[in-house]
Design a protein around this ligand. Sequence first.
Ligand code: DAH
Length: 348
Amino acid sequence: MATTKAIRYETMNIILENLESALQQGLEAVKTAGAIADVEKIRVDFLGRKGSISTNMKGLGKLPPDQRPAVGKTANQVKEKLAEAISERIRELRESASATGIDVTLPGRRRGIGRKHPITQVIDDAVDIFRRLGYIVVDGPDLEDAYHNFDALNTPPDHPSRDAQDTFYLPDGRLLRTQTSPVQIRIMENQKPPVRIVAPGRCYRRDTPDATHSMNFHQIEGLYVDRHVSLAQLKGTLLTFAHEMFGPDVQLRFRPHFFPFTEPSLEYDFSCVNCSGKGCSICKQSGWLEISGAGMVDPAVFSHVGYDAEHYTGFAFGMGIERLAMIRYNIPDIRLLYENDIRFLQQF
Ligand code: DAH
């Protein structure tokens, strides 16, 4: 009789021991878990439907009815202790995450693939076209002196563009260049003809920003000096550029103009790439898009850099990069180019 009783209690004791060791294992695992996700896994492993507590409780039915309440009570206590430890650990992990500002349990953030700004794309493409035409890319300083930005470009001291209303001056008399044309001077000062360069870069003017004006914008300057350089070659060069940039059907036209550093001077237009010259809202029904200015280098400019105007001629041109970008991508407002709104930039 005594032996049977001992056997009866043995099964119960095994279950109780198993429950106790599951509790210890569970508590240990919870204590060392480093992430909320790990704690959640422990919850499933121990307290889940197929977890170790439930598995142990399968033996409950085999016990005599008088032993079941005691085992059931212990099982419930084990579950409660584990559940409490789990909640406590999750709270701790949340707190330490917010203390460091990093929640290591959050999923990773997707980073979009970067791309070139439309201004950079246009500069790169323009430079590519001129390289194929034999031009070398050069650079000049944004911070210029009045000599290179104005005097050497034959722009007299009383010229309105030199006014403090139009140009950003520094207290020491230097200025933020208003155009890329001073790069022409810097190159010719250091190099004998032939010269064939393009100079992309930033320019600065005191302008009131609106849909087509910005205080900070970009130009590409072009200069070609050699014997027998002609206006016809300028026209061929700009037309080739127009075809490469906007397609083979684009036409070019010259209009007489004045710049201090070219003689003759002109402004040039491309036929509207939107309506092929028929007239639309983009070209204001004119069929043409103004690009910038150009002309034959004035002999007065050559005299500043020591070039012999009897032997050499040259042409020069400017290009507004924003203008080209706005035409190419049909951008209605120049300010969009500087706001760095990802939703805008992602389109290019
Ligand atoms: N620098 C002029 C501007 O900003 C553009 C320009 C006109 C450049 C004629 C030239 C040129 O090289 O020959 O409006």
